[in-house]
Design a protein around this ligand. Structure first.
Ligand SMILES: *[C@@H]1O[C@H](CO)[C@@H](O)[C@H](O)[C@H]1NC(C)=O
Ligand SMILES: *[C@@H]1O[C@H](CO)[C@@H](O)[C@H](O)[C@H]1NC(C)=O
Ligand SMILES: *[C@@H]1O[C@H](CO)[C@@H](O)[C@H](O)[C@H]1NC(C)=O
Ligand SMILES: *[C@@H]1O[C@H](CO)[C@@H](O)[C@H](O)[C@H]1NC(C)=O
Ligand SMILES: *[C@@H]1O[C@H](CO)[C@@H](O)[C@H](O)[C@H]1NC(C)=O
Ligand SMILES: *[C@@H]1O[C@H](CO)[C@@H](O)[C@H](O)[C@H]1NC(C)=O
Length: 218
């Protein structure tokens, strides 16, 4: 895993573009265009953006945004490319095995040359799987190292995260594109109860020096 991270950093230096976000993989046409609620379902811990879960997330976001105008403009920014994973050590026969498994078929396998080290294989599936959930399954069932194809941002963007296990959402106001005198990050955690009602759990800020300070708690 750490080997992949080192390579990932090298790759970013090679490909970083002026357009705000980048991945190691250039072929955006191969990737899925999901809705905010679909992304959140996946990041919340689901293997696929199941319609029922996506509908719940969409309703929850509407409930939060209509009751808490302060977070209304905060949107989600994707963390990784769905339906795509990277591996530095997948063998030809493992690709064939994967292609004919229940996770397949594969839509593309691209080898990216990161010499003088080695190759990264970018493996694309015909379903918009959550890479961390899929990687955990692939590592244990097929035994090759696997990591998501992360999206990198030039500056700290706004963000929403969902945790399926306790139906909570965190909205984060990022620092934006600033170099000096950046504003602190502001965060809000909301809980959605069984009736679909949103409540504010806590609200806090993280200063630029990284020290976490809770400014309000309920
Ligand atoms: C996703 O959106 C991009 C940009 O709009 C487009 O070029 C691409 O074909 C879309 N991909 C799919 C799978 O629809
Ligand atoms: C959200 O965006 C609208 C339209 O740009 C703006 O009028 C409003 O003040 C913004 N709200 C917050 C809390 O930033
Ligand atoms: C959004 O927040 C989640 C949870 O903190 C984090 O895992 C994810 O990387 C963030 N995404 C972006 C684009 O910052
Ligand atoms: C996956 O299997 C199908 C059917 O056998 C084949 O056409 C396709 O080329 C394979 N894809 C890869 C990436 O090996
Ligand atoms: C939800 O779960 C996360 C992780 O276990 C925890 O940090 C958070 O405080 C929980 N939130 C609530 C409202 O239970
Ligand atoms: C959900 O609604 C029912 C009926 O209105 C009410 O009795 C119950 O207390 C509510 N539960 C929560 C967690 O608010």
């Amino acid at each position: 895993m750490s080997g992949i991270n080192i390579l990932a950093s090298i790759w970013v230096i090679i490909t970083i573009a002026g357009c705000g976000q980048t991945t190691r993989h250039g072929q955006e046409t191969m990737t899925y265009n999901l809705t905010e609620s679909e992304y959140l379902s996946l990041e919340g811990g689901s293997l696929l953006p199941l319609p029922e879960l996506t509908a719940k997330v969409s309703k929850d976001l509407e409930e939060i945004r209509s009751n808490f105008p302060v977070v209304r403009n905060i949107t989600h920014n994707r963390k990784w490319i769905p339906g795509q994973v990277l591996s530095t050590k997948i063998r030809m026969e493992q690709i064939d095995q994967l292609n004919s498994s229940s996770y397949g078929p594969l839509t593309n396998v691209e080898k990216i040359d990161v010499k003088p080290f080695f190759f990264i294989s970018v493996i694309s599936f015909n379903k918009p799987y959550s890479p961390p959930v899929l990687c955990e399954k692939l590592e244990s069932e097929f035994g090759f190292p696997c990591t998501p194809n992360i999206v990198y941002y030039e500056y700290e963007v706004d963000n929403i995260s969902y945790r399926m296990s306790n139906s909570t959402y965190i909205f984060k106001k990022g620092t934006g594109m600033c170099k000096d005198n950046c504003e602190d990050r502001l965060l809000w955690e909301f809980l959605i109860d069984n009736n679909g009602t949103a409540s504010l759990v806590k609200e806090w800020s993280i200063p630029q020096n990284g020290e976490r300070v809770i400014i309000a708690k309920k």
